[in-house]
Design a protein around this ligand. Structure first.
Ligand SMILES: [Zn+2]
Length: 119
């Protein structure tokens, strides 16, 4: 009998104290990050030294009057209403090729601190 081990990557939320994880195993790190970037319900932004920081649905802003109350609000550089209230966060959003959802207001400070801490 032979045994082959396979490594799989599970994305965990980078928000302090949060134990949220993405319920999908990926064969590579790149694939895991790509999946999160394309997902409407997760936020991915890169630090200035290009490390991904990933945040689960608990930290995202949702549309107030959407029919099912579960639509995230996306960053739009042309629309001040759909930008973070912390202007310093904009440059992280502008670096993304796929538009990313906005954080909840009360999570903006923490997410900015995580993106600016490059360790
Ligand atoms: Zn989380």
């Amino acid at each position: 009998m032979s045994i082959r081990a396979k490594t799989a990557y599970l994305v965990e939320c980078d928000y302090p104290g949060c134990s949220g994880f993405y319920d999908f195993l990926s064969p590579t790190k790149e694939r895991a990050i790509g999946t999160v970037i394309a997902d409407d319900e997760w936020l991915c932004l890169f630090t200035s030294d290009n490390k991904p920081r990933l945040f689960c649905p608990l930290h995202l802003r949702y549309m107030q009057n959407s029919p099912d109350d579960s639509t995230t609000v996306f960053f739009d550089s042309d629309s001040p209403a759909t930008q973070p209230t912390l202007y310093a966060l904009n440059r992280f959003y502008e670096d993304m090729s796929l538009s990313q959802p906005l954080p909840k207001l009360e999570c903006e400070d923490t997410i900015l601190a995580i993106l600016q801490n490059e360790n």
